[in-house]
Design a protein around this ligand. Sequence first.
Ligand SMILES: Nc1nc2c(ncn2[C@@H]2O[C@H](COP(=O)(O)OP(=O)(O)O)[C@@H](O)[C@H]2O)c(=O)[nH]1
Ligand SMILES: [Mg+2]
Length: 225
Amino acid sequence: MVKIITPEKTLHDNESIAKKNRNIINENGIIMINLIGGPGAGKTTLLEKTLRLLNDKFNVAVINGDPYTSYDAEKLAATGVVDVVQINTQNNCCLSAGMVARAIEQLPLEQLDLIIIENVGNILCTVDVDLGENFRLLAVSVTEGMHGPEKYPLAFRNAFAVAITKTDLLPHVNFNLGAYISQLMQLNSNLKIFPVSAEKDEGTEDWSQLIGRMLWKGRRFINVN
Ligand SMILES: Nc1nc2c(ncn2[C@@H]2O[C@H](COP(=O)(O)OP(=O)(O)O)[C@@H](O)[C@H]2O)c(=O)[nH]1
Ligand SMILES: [Mg+2]
């Protein structure tokens, strides 16, 4: 069952609320990931595949940000995750730390290893709004063209890893994967880059393993009771 909440967005005090969110999840030994990407980048489809692999090893909850619907939350709930909270942001272009705080209140924290947030489809205003996550991931698809890194450099600079999605469509689109990866390396030489096709299930296992490693590495740096 997906819980749907419609909290008001305020960015007032966002930093201090984000800090509180981070403290709450750290105290519970949980790692929280914020997945951002434009509308239709393939975030939900990639998460569906990822969660089916992660659910075997970890207790995962999802917080989904969507303006009005809960289609994505329903799909992600069907993967068998422990819990899903849908935040309907209405006209707001991104989640705020306050909204995520309301969602965290709904989750059984003592049972969880990992919380994955699917942010609202947008790579401008999501980029500098801290939700209290430990890691930020980015999904960008081969159908979005070659200029994304120049148009939205902060999205790529602030990410821990990027999934370049829908690689099964490479024969049909004007997209040079090698040149794109070179651009990304110039922008952020630490960025971990994963070409994936959720449709063909290619690269999805590597992406899931990355998240598993983030969980284990992240936990070494936080206080686990
Ligand atoms: N060909 C192809 N289509 C995909 C892939 N991943 C997602 N899609 C399609 O892209 C559209 C948007 O995907 P979705 O996961 O909802 O994107 P989101 O808005 O970022 O969550 C849907 O029609 C998906 O079926 C993929 O790997 N290959
Ligand atoms: Mg989605």
